[in-house]
Design a protein around this ligand. Structure first.
Ligand SMILES: [Fe+2]
Length: 298
């Protein structure tokens, strides 16, 4: 069963109504379904990329899309044989009839769900139908976890590799050899799941949406400014990872990234590039300082 990309995220939000209003009016998503204190939203009719659940902030789960031809039952048997607890979920969110939910480490709830091709290979004509509203991302792009310490990060990366076959693209090491950041991928895109050290507990660092390029980022930043949302940092280009970025906090309390031009790696490269934390331009290829607020998660 080939896993392709991040297709859905379920986030805690402090103020559900404010976050849904922001998601629809500024981000340009469509409200698809509402169940009590939970709302499902999508970029296209009928398929949710985002679920918001009222109470706190951070990540409840993220979902990796798999080819429909795969066998979820055989993946479940393999995971259970490896001691990874998992269970099947029916209709976890709109547009996805079945998912396998597994827990990696203490708090990482990861779902694997077969998806139609159009959910795995976004093209410009699959995006929001005109007229576009607000930021109008092309797709979800990646999830970056905030991890409390070196041991937790290494354990999480090992679990992503063993359970889900993910590969490590890059690692940033501190002076003592401890891991400060790590980026893992499913296919050729440089990262689908990133991990950054930020304390004191494991949480979401940011959820990233894919934009079409630099022009789209500019329009999106203008949309955010009109809505009174300040950028935390950006627009810039990451040194490690290489994508264009802009970061901001949503009204519900989570950090979002707008991402474009993520480089592709040879799919079979197994050995991560290991870089020192004091390397020039690790955060920004253009010399923009990493904001102090980045040490806090969502
Ligand atoms: Fe990111």
């Amino acid at each position: 069963m080939a896993l392709r990309k991040v297709v859905h995220a379920d986030l805690h939000v402090e103020d559900l109504d404010a976050e849904v209003d922001f998601s629809v009016r500024v981000l340009g998503l469509e409200e698809l379904a509402r169940e009590g204190k939970q709302v499902h939203l999508g970029l296209v009719p009928g398929r949710a990329q985002l679920t918001l659940t009222e109470g706190g902030t951070g990540l409840r789960s993220f979902c990796l899309g798999a080819d429909t031809g795969g066998d979820l039952a055989s993946l479940r048997r393999r995971l259970e044989a490896d001691g990874v607890p998992c269970r099947e979920l029916a209709d976890p969110f709109p547009g996805t009839p079945l998912a396998l939910e597994l827990t990696l480490g203490a708090v990482r709830v990861v779902r694997v769900a077969p998806q139609p091709d159009e959910a795995l290979y976004s093209t410009p004509v699959d995006g929001p139908r005109p007229p576009r509203r607000g930021v109008a991302p092309a797709d979800l792009d990646h999830v970056t976890l905030g991890v409390r310490d070196d041991a937790a990060m290494r354990a999480e990366v090992a679990a992503l590799r063993t359970a889900l076959g993910m590969r490590v693209s890059d690692v940033i090491e501190g002076a003592g050899g401890d891991w400060l950041a790590c980026w893992t991928r499913l296919g050729a895109q440089h990262h689908d799941v990133g991990l950054l050290r930020c304390g004191p507990q494991d949480t979401l660092h940011h959820l990233a949406w894919r934009l079409d390029g630099a022009d789209h980022l500019k329009v999106a930043a203008d949309e955010l400014a009109r809505a009174g949302v300040e950028l935390e940092t950006g627009i810039g280009r990451h040194g490690v990872g290489g994508n264009l970025y802009a970061y901001f906090r949503t009204p519900g309390g989570n950090r979002y990234e707008l991402s474009a031009e993520m480089p592709l790696l040879p799919g079979d490269r197994e050995t991560p590039l290991v870089r020192r934390a004091d390397a020039f331009s690790a955060f920004s290829a253009w010399g923009i300082a990493r904001p102090a607020s980045f040490s806090a998660g969502s």
